[in-house]
Design a binder for this molecule. Structure first.
Ligand code: S3P
Length: 435
């Protein structure tokens, strides 16, 4: 299925973006390992988080889906059952890597698979540290990718110096450390998102954090919780960018998570000259706020170093904003983008060039010379949700129509994306047509 979108002016309105993907995954996983019921409010019902639920269902966890909440009936730290089928992680790296950390210490064996994109993503980054803890985990094709076979064993604590700033790697190790025989710590080159540390503490685990090191102490028990998932800043990013680049726009984004390890998009928008303000700041386990954004004259900046993990998923849409900014934007230290759902450096650069942008691929990012008018094009989404949404944004302020292939991939993280985007377009403007 294709989707065509054309130039807009004056986006207006309020959007409540869906629940945070990272926090939704974790709430089901930790709820499954806890004793008692975990009640999750504003859970993201996107395909990735549904893959997590389906894996735990196969391991004997009962999950009730009500119209407003998800209830996870936890079976305790040692209560998962051997699945009688392969665990299918779909498109979700978070499901695969975090569950691997959990499975490494169970008293059964099982295998994990995923879709065509997930099968290409690197798993050595978790195989190595988990093996150092004594895990029996291997890539069955010997290529350090899925399928993975894990034979659960008693693990021992380690200190791991991670070569990558990755919350998935850190979380896999911390989860394995939950039932290891001694404390486990992970040091990262830069601090990655800390949802695992925050939420495990809420569930009763002892986890400490100092600079870029997180340490977990073996736990006796986790306790079911009430979790309120804030709106996903990575989804809000598409509307932040849209409002900034479409003249005459003003949008209020309600209840967006603003955890400081995730807020790099907001820093970058401000540094580029974006008019953004917070209202109604709240703290409910994780911080959140309503964000008011107005169209602004943007200018190019350099984005590098420790901010990269705080906006890694937002870089595709930041690249779009950079095309509409005056001057040059340089994105560095972002080689991780190559191993996401697609090679996001290559795909962004190729598609932006098709729209007429002056953009250059580098080893660890890209250089964008902004200010050239963009024009419509046929965009290859590579079946990557964040690419499809980024180019929906790009097409809002360019001449001519843009077609996005396999546009339905947005269901991975934001099933209502096109509906919400359409609601911002003023009456009389036709958002797009589906073929
Ligand atoms: C995630 C961590 C990030 C991010 C992904 C979700 C998580 O991946 O890109 O979308 O929930 O821990 P890495 O850990 O690979 O950086």
């Amino acid at each position: 299925m294709k989707y065509e979108i054309s130039k807009k002016h004056g986006l207006r309105g309020e959007i409540t973006v869906p629940g945070d993907k990272s926090i939704s995954h974790r709430s089901v996983m930790f709820g499954a390992l806890a004793n008692g019921i975990t009640e999750i409010d504003n859970f993201l019902r996107g395909a990735d988080c549904l893959s997590t639920i389906s894996c735990f269902t196969k391991m004997g966890i009962h999950t009730e889906v009500t119209p407003t909440k998800i209830l996870v009936h936890g079976n305790g730290l040692h209560g998962l059952k051997a699945p009688n089928q392969i665990l299918d992680c779909g498109n979700s790296g978070t499901t695969t890597r975090l569950i691997s950390g959990i499975l490494a210490s169970q008293n059964f064996s099982c295998s994990m698979v995923g879709d065509a994109s997930l099968k290409k993503r690197p798993m050595k980054r978790i195989i190595r540290p988990l093996a150092m803890m004594g895990a029996d985990i291997r890539s069955t094709l010997g290529n350090d990718c899925l399928p993975l076979r894990i034979n659960g064993k008693q693990l021992h604590g380690i200190h791991y110096q991670s070569p990558v700033a990755s919350a998935q790697v850190k979380s896999a190790i911390l989860l394995a450390g939950l039932t290891a025989d001694s404390p486990t710590s992970v040091t990262e080159p830069y601090l990655s998102r800390n949802h695992t540390e925050l939420m495990l503490r809420t569930f009763g685990a002892e986890v400490t954090s100092e600079d870029t090191t997180a340490t977990i102490y073996p736990a006796e028990e986790l306790y079911g919780q009430k979790i309120v998932v804030p709106g996903d800043i990575s989804s809000a990013a598409f509307f932040l960018a849209s409002a900034l680049i479409v003249p005459g726009s003003e949008i209020l984004l309600k209840n967006v998570g603003i955890n400081p390890t995730r807020d790099g998009m907001l820093t970058v928008c401000r540094e580029m000259g974006g008019n953004i303000s917070y209202e109604n700041v709240k703290m409910d386990g994780e911080p959140s706020a309503d964000i008011l954004v107005r169209s602004s004259d943007l200018h190019g900046i350099t984005i590098q170093g420790d901010i990269i993990p705080k906006l890694i998923d937002e870089l595709p849409v930041i690249a779009v904003m950079a095309c509409y900014a005056k001057g040059t934007t340089i994105i560095k230290d972002a080689a991780e983008l190559k191993v996401k759902e697609s090679n996001r450096i290559r795909i962004m650069v190729d598609n932006l060039k098709l729209m007429g942008a002056d953009v250059e691929e580098t080893d660890d990012g890209m250089i964008i010379r902004g200010g050239r008018p963009l024009h419509g094009a046929v965009i290859n989404s590579a079946n990557d949700h964040r690419i499809a949404m980024s180019f929906s944004v790009a097409s809002l302020n360019c001449e001519g129509e843009t077609t996005i292939t396999r546009k339905d991939c947005v269901s991975i993280s934001y099933p209502r994306f096109y509906i919400d985007m359409k609601s911002l377009v003023n009456a009389g403007q036709d958002f797009g047509r589906v073929y």
